[in-house]
Design a protein around this ligand. Sequence first.
Ligand SMILES: [Zn+2]
Ligand SMILES: [Zn+2]
Length: 399
Amino acid sequence: MKEKIKQLSKEYLSEVISFRRHIHQNPELGFEEYNTTKFIQEQLNNMGLTNHKVALKRTKTGVYVDIDSNKPGKTVLFRADIDALPLEEESNVEYKSNVKGVAHMCGHDGHIANLLGVAKILLQLKDSFKGKVRLLFQPAEEGPDMGGCVEVVNEKEVLNGVDFALGFHVYGAGNFGKAYFKYGPMYASFIDWDIKIKSNGGHCSEPHKSADPIIIGSQAINLFQSILTKIKSPLDNAVLAVGTFNGGSNSNVIPTEATMTGTIRTYDLELGRTIVSKMKSIMNSLCELYNGTYESNFLEGYPPLINNNQLTKFVMNETISLLGKDNVKEIDHPTFGCEDFSYIANEVPSCYFKIGIHKENEIEPLHHSGSFEWDDSVLETSMAVSANAIISFLNAITK
Ligand SMILES: [Zn+2]
Ligand SMILES: [Zn+2]
């Protein structure tokens, strides 16, 4: 079976590369993936998979479709994100973005192409597996706002009957063609925040008569850092970043307000909420001390992405038998980045893996940079790993 999967991945590679390059040339931002959705639907129709449905009803973007072996078994979902970024492409590849200020600089063009290729492989091997595969082409992983996955999941239908889920990302920091797995936490949750400190303002020569938003804000920033070192356990990981701090316009005026914005990253949402409550305590205490007031907003974003250990172990072992031990790596540390596949992983046991795209002696492709570029022949490996994970898993758990 593994040899057959490898052979089909090789066979479909050039077509899948042409899919990727078409999508790369025609990028669309989150919640606006109209032509991308149409292209995916057309390719699925060409394969005879005409029973596809719209993934996100509000925008009519994204697609999902089932490949049913017509044999009893479990259902595994495989997700690809489909949106591009608001960035100008800097490289001069022949399939460069046709849209000014929009480009596939995270690799989601490759994720779409990969999943279309996987669909073709699965259709060829339909007699060799049990159960059902649901392919999900999900809009707006990069946002805006809360991103596409939470909406897709909240509509319920996509996860109906799904027992397990898989997802994959090309990996700029990973060696070309190697598969990377991570047990447990892989990506962080975020809580974005903004705080506005207010005062009546006044003249700097009479500091005792008005609260000073600059003093309150600067002391708050120092005390926020002590939440990380003195209030939470040193064994719990967290980031509390202040991204902006603005206030004042004149050298001798106490301003009427100062604003700060930032983000909190944790692998445990409860820890994030504890940090929020301590930030509020600090603001309350400082405002009481200096007679100021403040307003704040804390927006809870994507939850942490936690891989299911059993499923990850299974997929990792199957990938070792496919690619060999040297080509499969375990990621030691999670990242404080975020990934909205976490909404799916919150609902069903999931495994999110990566395939490296960094070639030896070449500069590391940096995701979200205008120069992000990678050799799409790696899709041969990603298709094989993806199809192999799906088929071997469905066959192993179906009694
Ligand atoms: Zn990204
Ligand atoms: Zn991405």
